[in-house]
Design a protein around this ligand. Sequence first.
Ligand SMILES: *Cc1c(COP(=O)(O)O)cnc(C)c1O
Length: 443
Amino acid sequence: MSQHSSQEKLIGNTWRGKTSEELFERAKLVSPGGVHSPVRSFRSVGGTPVFFASANGATLTDIQGKEYVDYCLSFGPLILGHRDPEVEEVVRETAGLAWSFGTAEPYSLELAEFITNQIPWAEKVRFVNSGTEAVMSALRVARAATGREKILKFDGCYHGHLDALLVKTGSGLAGESSSDSAGISAHSIANTLVLPLDDESVVEELFAKEGKDIAALIIEPLPANYGLLIQRKEFLLKIVETAKKHGTLVIFDEVISGFRTGFQGMSGLLGVRPDLVTYGKIIGGGFPVGCYAGRKDLLDLVAPSGPVYQAGTLSASPFGMRAGLATLKKTQRDNVYPIIEQRTKTLTEGLVSILNQRGDQEWEAVIHSSLFWLRKKTSEPVRRVDQISEGHKEGFAKVFHALLNEGIYLAPSGYEVGFLSFAHTDLVISKTLEIAQKALTKN
Ligand SMILES: *Cc1c(COP(=O)(O)O)cnc(C)c1O
């Protein structure tokens, strides 16, 4: 590969010709669990993580040249697939402009104007580098605006790895929480309340008692980080109404659902105007971008216009700003949402019918827009963590490996959802189903 030779001295290429097993052994020596985000390690499904070297459209290519159809898509950001040709052109052009400015520049302005023009409740926006950062900053704004300390979150929603929200339901009183990670001081979660999803009455009870102390209610309006726990619209509307009645700010965490369930995300579908909203994933077109947005008076509390400090050396990187804008504009121009939604139906109907030929258990696909979650069929919809069937993880792991073996890459955990992109054409889907038929009916 002569194109690599001029950079060889700079970047090494010591992985060439090696297997994933060999690289994983090396990776474990230099990084915890061999990875830089836990799910990538395959802990949940067992086996060795596949090391990938490149990707294009709907296809991932591993270090030995084997191709896989990708339904993980970097856990959601790649709504147009890998390296969409039009976005790639923008990215290449950006490489010739600047990689980071640390100054005022026009590219974040254009993305900010585009978003604020299209999403009425995003009156102002601030760009950061990840979903975690966006959520952390939105909470700070909410506390500053209300002068209150407490935050209410819901069990089964993931909001990034900030201390204050790495909590689970405590065993004691309603709303009490305990830490979900080592290394978190009791102090940082002392003001975090946790309630189960799908139960508006406990939310009302909590607000009746503590409403005047709760700065913000934060929720994934489409919880998609613990399987896909689709909520009842009445539940979502009721808790929003309850929070507003008590002067509590509503933060919709749309890091995964934003620009995915439609351009206006779940807020648009529900007709809810959150006070603050967080974005990530799709907004950077595959580059690290997060964003918190919302009411102008709230965003104006942020430095330098207000007293809430928040900053970022690499914030509003030109790659993320320009790839993000191109990605968002293309989803609109090409009417991407209804098309990939239809393809998600075709794919999951096909997969479920193949899975059910195995006869080990009855499967179903929970889908919303272009997100899907495969699991054991249940008589009632699953809306809370404690309703997920026993043995789900093990059942998923078997299917995951059977598919992986034949060249279909799902997110390596039964608690992660799958995604489709615009690059998953009808042809890609029928090819996937052909592969799945072979993979899943083999044994
Ligand atoms: C992915 C995700 C986050 C965290 O974003 P990172 O960019 O991984 O920090 C936060 N909230 C939700 C709803 C997410 O899906």
